[in-house]
Design a protein around this ligand. Structure first.
Ligand SMILES: Cc1ncc(COP(=O)(O)O)c(C=O)c1O
Length: 381
């Protein structure tokens, strides 16, 4: 059977024709340097402004507060490194969780003197009271929390965390990695007391290598790069206008598809029902999870073996996150949820996009059951 079903959308998504058209138009026609004062420059800066407006609308923030970057990794680094440098007199302590993406954990380790990685419960949730207690310690300049976890889909209680932080006498800057949240769950960072928020283009059918950082007006950041005064000097360098155009087009398609989350949620449950006879579910209860991620394990079957059997049947998914898939260490996220190492090593992530169809889900579930049955038959021969 060759189903050809791509269920690794949390790793990346294919661009859609509207995105490719926007990129091509910016490359070929609206190609000016956005800093140039002539009409080509003005046209290119309009492209970036349009994309900024769409993203600002999705977040409910002011367009001038959005910076374009090279992706989620840079956005997390700029927020974390930029805040630590700007507040160095106040301290160099960061509070985060044990299940963050490596671009948060590694940046925190690189820029701070002390990093507190808070534990999460078996559903992957961090307790707002724990965040506030850890952030109350003198010298804490930043709290960094992922909105939606990329391996299990846990949605963190950002509004409650923001409210708990607001009660502290010395409120640290509150950074949110919303890379897996955009287009999947409602995002209202300003209302939740968030200060900076990282986004990425390629998780929503936009181009790779482009992202954004929302920086609430008044939050001070020291840039990571130095050069011209593009984007207020906070992110110098000629803007990647074609990629920004594609990101804007992808974000506009998300905004125009308000039913996407409900659709993905229903399809994720259909997928789960299709594999529930042979698999065990990891992570948060479905009602508390982002709609696009299903983490499962087949006891006693190593994830790589099942991954390969699925691949042979035309189904792509991943064991943990894409950035770690070439490394043999078990997922730090699943370990933090309290799963034993053997269970972690049997876990797979299946992830949907707003374009995933019911036919694809049914084909993937059938391939999954067949793969498990044939691998079990091999073992018992
Ligand atoms: C939660 C999360 N944060 C950050 C990133 C990094 O984004 P990018 O690939 O755009 O650098 C990813 C991508 O895997 C992610 O899932």
């Amino acid at each position: 059977m060759d189903a050809r079903v791509y269920l690794d959308n949390a790793a990346t998504t294919p661009a859609v024709p509207e995105v490719a058209a926007a990129v091509s138009d910016a490359l070929l026609r609206r190609f000016g340097n956005p800093s140039s004062p002539h009409r080509w420059g003005i046209e290119a800066s309009r492209v970036a402004a349009e994309a900024r407006d769409v993203l600002a609308g999705l977040l409910g923030v002011a367009a001038e507060e959005i910076l374009f970057t090279s992706g989620g990794t840079e956005s997390n680094n700029l927020a974390i490194g930029g805040v630590v440098a700007a507040r160095r007199r106040a301290g160099r302590r960061i509070v985060t969780t044990a299940i963050e993406h490596s671009s948060v954990l590694a940046a925190a380790a690189a820029f701070a003197d002390e990093v507190v990685r808070l534990p999460v419960d078996t559903a992957g949730r961090v307790a707002p009271a724990d965040v506030a207690a850890a952030a109350a310690v003198a010298g804490t300049v930043l709290v960094a929390i992922g909105h939606v976890n990329n391996e299990v889909g846990t949605v963190q209680p950002l509004a409650e965390i923001g409210a708990a932080l607001a009660r502290l006498p010395e409120r640290p800057v509150f950074h949110v990695d919303a890379v897996q949240a955009l287009g999947k769950v409602p995002l209202r960072p300003r209302e939740w007391g968030v200060d900076t928020c990282a986004l990425s283009g390629h998780k929503i059918h936009g181009p790779k290598g482009v992202g954004a950082l929302w920086v609430r007006r008044g939050v001070r950041l020291v840039p990571l790069l130095f050069g011209g005064d593009q984007q207020g000097g906070l992110r110098p360098g000629t803007e990647n206008v074609p990629a920004i155009a594609g990101f804007g087009a992808a974000a506009a398609l998300c905004a125009a598809d308000p039913e996407a989350a409900a659709r993905m949620c229903a399809l994720r449950e259909r997928l789960w029902e299709g594999v529930a006879d042979v698999a065990v579910r990891n992570g948060p209860p479905p009602a508390a999870a982002a709609p696009h991620i299903l983490s499962v394990r087949v006891p006693r079957l190593p994830a790589e073996v099942l991954l390969h059997a699925l691949e042979e049947r035309g189904v792509a998914c991943s064991a943990g996150s894409a950035c770690h898939s070439r490394r043999p260490e078990p997922s730090h996220v699943l370990l933090a949820l309290g799963l034993p190492e053997a269970a972690v090593r049997s876990s797979l992530r299946l992830s949907l996009s707003r374009l995933t169809t019911a036919a694809e889900i049914d084909a993937a579930a059938a391939a999954f059951r067949e793969a498990v049955a044939s691998l079990r038959a091999l073992v018992h021969r």
